[in-house]
Design a protein around this ligand. Structure first.
Ligand SMILES: NC(=O)c1ccc[n+]([C@@H]2O[C@H](COP(=O)([O-])OP(=O)(O)OC[C@H]3O[C@@H](n4cnc5c(N)ncnc54)[C@H](OP(=O)(O)O)[C@@H]3O)[C@@H](O)[C@H]2O)c1
Length: 257
């Protein structure tokens, strides 16, 4: 017997996953957190499928916020394809009625190996036989800090000058919780923050907030990725979008170290 109110958040210990768990709990859902660490919930590995059947028992909806941090397109594709294939197979066996996937705005406009892997992940969900919703979000406010970690080299931090429209994870979590409550809906409106920013500038402000003395090295991203992103490929487009939450400046002002 599955319950619409019972939600499994795969990756529920991650940057956005934690916000999703908090929002669903606040709305009265029974939430199970899934990660490899098992912190505060179920220990399972979406890459291998180990532990998924036990975690899926009694679950009505799965929200997938798992992630792999890599610049390798091959590794990203292997991870996202296996994760979704394994989650959908376990959902089918358990009779889980709704798979909600978090994806990224602009992955079909901007050529990037990680984005290509997310597109393939979306395709696996769409071709699967578990009813689904896909919510695409722009970069999180936390993305500036994630980028600093990924592009630091000694005292230097490489910072691409690219337009982004960063959003608070609480806003993305609200959109995902709405998707859970609405039931399977296919592609939901894209979610993004209130204004356009420059990624290198966000990284500079994040470094200042951290009190870091590392040196920011802004650069113009070459190639097709840089071109498509500079043309606004990662920003919200059209009217059928969900734009809101605090700006980066408001979010930073409310943060404690
Ligand atoms: N970052 C952004 O700006 C952004 C913007 C839009 C969309 N997204 C999408 O949002 C999703 C989450 O991103 P994030 O930055 O929040 O990720 P994150 O902080 O790296 O968190 C990843 C989560 O996945 C879990 N995980 C990783 N490998 C796993 C495995 N093999 N089995 C089970 N759990 C696993 C991690 O826990 P353990 O390590 O303990 O397993 C953690 O809970 C991704 O799909 C990403 O593409 C991100």
């Amino acid at each position: 017997m599955t319950s619409r109110k019972s939600v499994l958040v795969a990756g529920g210990t991650g940057v956005v996953g934690r916000a999703v768990v908090a929002e669903l709990s606040r709305r009265g859902h029974t939430v199970t957190v899934l990660s490899r660490s098992g912190a505060g919930g179920a220990r399972a590995d979406v890459s291998t499928g180990d532990g998924l059947d036990a975690a899926m028992t009694g679950i009505g909806t799965v929200v997938d916020t798992t992630n792999i941090t890599t610049f390798s397109g091959t590794r990203a594709a292997r991870f996202f394809t296996a994760a979704t294939t394994n989650l959908l197979a376990a959902a089918r066996r358990a009779g889980t009625g709704h798979h909600v996937l978090l994806s990224i705005v602009g992955i079909d406009r901007v050529p990037n190996p990680y984005y290509a892997a997310k597109l393939r992940q979306e395709a696996v969900v769409e071709a699967g036989d578990v009813p689904w919703t896909i919510v695409r979000a722009t970069q999180f406010h936390e993305f500036a800090a994630q980028m600093i970690t990924r592009t630091s080299a000694g005292p230097f931090v490489l910072a691409p000058r690219l337009p982004v429209q960063p959003v608070a994870t609480a806003e993305v979590a609200a959109a995902l919780a709405d998707a859970v409550e609405r039931g399977p809906s296919g592609r939901a409106p894209d979610v993004g923050g209130p204004q356009r920013e420059d990624l290198a500038d966000l990284m500079r402000r994040e470094l200042r907030f951290q009190g870091s003395r590392r040196l920011l090295v802004p650069f113009r991203m070459p190639g097709g990725y840089g071109r498509a992103a500079r043309e606004g490929g990662q920003l919200l487009h059209g009217d059928d979008v969900r734009r809101g939450g605090p700006s980066f400046a408001e979010w930073l002002a409310g943060r404690t170290k």
